[in-house]
Design a protein around this ligand. Structure first.
Ligand code: NAD
Ligand code: UD1
Length: 323
């Protein structure tokens, strides 16, 4: 089975390529325009797995490049990670986000259709739930209003894929809604290494740990949560990657399938900082700062549907971080 991984040199895509290979899918084709990653990730995947993925440096909006990739390979399924993901940046550059994420996905789907490849796994996000007024997110709740243009692109792509399925019910489409991915492959060769100052909590903590940044600003300590700081469902990236393998394997009949990929637990910002300190035996300087606009106090996944239908669950689900 030949699988095209768009955005495959990125954080989640590279871990997914490794897990696909570990599960016997040796024919992996990666396309990435390298706007947020490096092609040396291909070497690193090879170092970890012993298999070299075929790599195309290409943009998903480039129809000619897509033609080349699909005509040179007999692609059976696409796992679609390519996209821009910085929430704050999307507020400042909305058109770039709609063009890259939405327009890019349209081009990709057109190429898939042209070459008769009708199986796609899409990287969606918990952000599509908007602010539903409850903390535990269940798939049946449906989409709300995402708080940023980035989130809107995810919701629009989900809608677009639903419309496509209604019009052409021979597609097999999985919408995987990620909660908060963290961590890295145990080899230490691949991981999250965003360009510039990170927006997300874990890469920020990492940069403080290595002395690149001075301290973590903890955005708010007056939420109605266990210690006043925001709570999230942090999921290990290798668990997340395995969710994609399961989606490919289990979803073999045409349909549109939606799953939360999270642990079902929530941890506060201070718990994460303390766990990081304990495990790595380092001190993380932090200060309490005002709430970040648009942040919710607490949310986490109800992951039971993925467990029931995909036989997938996060392995760190019932463990305390760092113990
Ligand atoms: P990432 O930036 O590490 O990976 C995305 C990859 O896509 C990068 O390598 C980038 O160079 C590539 N890319 C971007 N635009 C492209 C284009 N037009 N053509 C080709 N390649 C392009 O991000 P990630 O954390 O691995 O996220 C992967 C996907 O998962 C994204 O769609 C993201 O929105 C989604 N997601 C991520 C998170 C998260 O917290 N990391 C949460 C929910 C959803
Ligand atoms: C953010 C995005 C969301 C995206 C998700 C995963 C927003 C509003 N939402 O979610 O759309 O799907 O990333 O990429 O940006 N925190 C600090 N200090 C920091 C950074 C974060 O205290 O320097 C806190 C936040 O207030 C939050 C928690 O840490 O309580 C996690 O934040 P973050 O990693 O940015 O993820 P989300 O806000 O959950």
């Amino acid at each position: 089975m030949s699988i095209l991984v768009t955005g495959g040199t990125g954080y989640i895509g590279s871990h997914t390529a490794v897990e696909l290979i570990n599960n016997g899918y040796k024919d992996i084709i990666i396309m990435d325009n390298l706007c947020n990653s490096s092609d040396n990730v291909i070497d690193k995947i090879e170092k970890i797995t012993g298999i070299r993925c075929k790599f195309y440096e290409a943009d998903i909006r480039d129809e000619k490049a897509l033609d080349k990739i699909f005509s040179e390979n007999n692609i059976d399924a696409v796992i679609h990670f390519a996209g821009l993901k910085a929430v704050g940046e999307s507020v400042k550059k909305p058109l770039e986000y709609y063009d890259n994420n939405v327009n890019g996905t349209i081009k990709l789907l057109e190429a898939m259709k042209k070459y008769g490849c009708k199986k796609i796994v899409f990287s969606s996000s918990a952000t599509v739930y908007g602010d539903p007024g409850v903390s535990k997110y269940v798939e049946e709740m449906g989409r709300g209003n995402p708080s940023s243009p980035y989130g809107e692109t995810k919701a629009i792509i989900e809608e677009m894929l639903e419309s496509l399925y209604r019009a052409e019910p021979d597609w097999t489409i999985s919408l995987l809604r990620y909660f908060n991915p963290i961590g890295a492959h145990k080899s230490g060769l691949i991981g999250e290494d965003p360009k510039g100052i990170p927006n997300n909590l874990m890469p920020y903590i990492q940069k403080v740990a290595i002395g690149e940044l001075k301290e973590v600003s903890v955005y708010g300590d007056d939420y109605e949560t266990k210690d006043g700081t925001g709570e999230r469902d942090y999921i290990h990236v290798v668990d997340l990657a395995n969710g994609h393998v399961k989606a490919l394997e289990k979803l073999t009949t045409p349909g549109i399938y939606v799953y939360n990929l999270g642990t079902g637990n929530s941890y506060s910002v201070l718990e994460i900082i303390k766990a990081f300190e304990r495990v790595n035996n380092v001190k993380i300087n932090y200060k309490i700062a005002p709430r970040r606009p648009g942040d919710l106090s607490r949310f986490y996944a109800d992951p039971t549907k993925a467990k029931r239908e995909l036989n997938w669950e996060a392995t760190n689900r019932n463990r305390r971080y760092g113990t």
